[in-house]
Design a protein. Sequence first.
Length: 135
Amino acid sequence: VLNKKFGEYKLVHPVGIISRHLKQIKRKYGFVLLFNSNSLYTVLYTESNIVLANCFEINHANDAIYYALAILKQLKIPPKSTEVFYCGKITDEKDTLAQLENHFGATNPFITANPPYFESEEFEQIVHQNVALLS
């Protein structure tokens, strides 16, 4: 249907890219936080499964911390058993990263090689947060 309406196009969804490049984790859970303008994309996973993927509207660093902690609380996962990976355009980056480290302990940038996806043109395109993942 979309091909007939719009012709040839490429739909890029950030969770699709994240899910193809999940990092190995030393703790029980990995938690990717992708900051994009006023959106926060989250992917929580174990070594073998994606546990949760969601998107939230954020206006401040505190919003991101709140949603990340609320997800873990709802799933009864202790924050310290979670390894956080962050990427994207982070507003108040210094403050946000300090808060992440305070609550989670292990925080690292989510950068993938060949190419570094979160610094490439692929993420400069419009993000389609309200469209289901297509592979």
